[in-house]
Design a protein around this ligand. Sequence first.
Ligand code: FAD
Ligand code: NAD
Length: 471
Amino acid sequence: ATETEEKDLVIIGGGVAGYVAAIKAGQEGLKVACIEKRGTLGGTCLNVGCIPSKSLLNNSHLYHQILHDTKNRGIEVGDVKLNLKQMMKAKETSVNGLTKGIEFLFKKNNVEYIKGTGAFADEHTVQVNLTEGGETSVRGKNILIATGSEATPFPGLTIDEKKVITSTGAIALETVPKKMVVIGGGIIGLEMASVWSRLGAEVTVVEFLGQIGGPGMDAEISKNIQKTLGKQGIKFKLNTKVMEGDDSGSDVKIKVEAAKGGKEETLDADVVLVAIGRRPYTAGLGLENIGLETDNRGRIVIDQEYRTKIPHIRVIGDVTFGPMLAHKAEEEAVAAIEFITKNYGHVNYGAIPSVMYTHPEVAWVGQNEAELKEAGVKYKVGSFPFSANSRAKTNLDSDGMVKFLADAETDRILGIHIVGPNAGEMIAEGVLALEYGASSEDVARTSHAHPTLAEAFKEAAMATHGKAIHY
Ligand code: FAD
Ligand code: NAD
């Protein structure tokens, strides 16, 4: 970019929120530039989040299955060895392919990609410290902030990404730890606990609350998956708070106590994963130069059209309100561009799915039982276990269940919760049902191919408005 060039839109951050907005803006014919400091596009999700973690989850699952779950299937395997270096390489190949793919999409859609760190000079100007050295500035009629989030640190523990790690260290360990303690039994904690436990680590998850899975997971589903993960070898300490950590020695000592006070205990680990949530990232962005403030949780405050109090500056993705999910960021990106070009845009925050990629997977959309009770909504429940589903049984992979929650009077679907094989793919049907305002009877009367796991979905719907056939 030359010094004074003015764009229709300047985007700060090339994560899922920023890059999707950039492509959409290019498609709409806007002159757009996207500033990213990381050196590659795709942000947390593609570089150190969704994609590398799913690569390790997939391949560690294969390894674990080959070790423990082949004989009864009539497959005799010989010497099974872990080659962690190669597993990491496979992960990097996927990440590199996908991040480069976005660079290609930028070119295809006439998006200018500026490699560097952006900071507000004034309300229309972003100063960029270029990665290759030097500076430039870009002016934008509109500016979109999409700077994402970072791991919340644990007071008293210094993150070195080797001994005390966040998810970023957890997807790049060079050896399998002997003992790993995970602080926080949310999605990151459980996905990473799964990876390293399958590869041979002794993993203990310490969770402050009485259930695992983080915000939103239905309590019954949470109990169900905890049981299965327990069978896989992961240990859990629920209702337990971490008081302090000591990382001064060769291993790390974590002092824990019952959440309501009481017995203290010290856990030893050679690696401690801090997974207590993520917080919005705005460091060095120069918000103070334009008088923009963040709320008490670090989020930039916006209105329903993603506008800050300076209306041509908008904010989307992890750095502002709502669940910190890639597909939520993506929906907001498209809506924000539509607000700029057409004056309207829309995201249905009531129908954003959540998926935890353990084995089995957990997936849900809409409200859970506790939320419905709290809201005083009368609802009915229909559930169906995978142990009664023919495909799950033939696959010898039948832990879990599908659970529908529907309005007691109207039968309209209010929430769908799944723990089971391929739950993450199956929930897409639930999201569509919710978007269309379907009743459980609508799903129950829809033909589902036999034999598929999705029949468990249909039968749970049948159980909600009447009776399941196979259970
Ligand atoms: P980010 O992806 O964080 O992107 C922001 C980008 O802005 C970064 O690349 C950063 O370098 C850049 N940036 C920041 N400040 C500046 C600046 N001043 N100048 C230039 N560039 C800047 N979500 C899912 O939906 N599914 C999953 O399976 C999933 N798995 C995850 C696993 C892990 C381990 C983690 C940590 C997260 C996972 N997430 C997952 C969450 C997902 O990664 C985020 O919701 C998503 O990345 C948010 O996108 P974003 O664009 O808002 O922010
Ligand atoms: P989270 O909010 O999901 O879970 C954090 C957990 O840590 C909670 O259960 C909380 O009760 C617990 N906790 C907090 N402080 C604690 C303490 N002092 N001691 C013990 N436990 C404590 O956060 P996360 O797992 O770090 O994930 C961060 C974000 O990344 C989430 O918004 C998540 O949606 C997103 N993410 C999504 C996926 C996915 O979609 N598959 C995967 C990874 C991350």
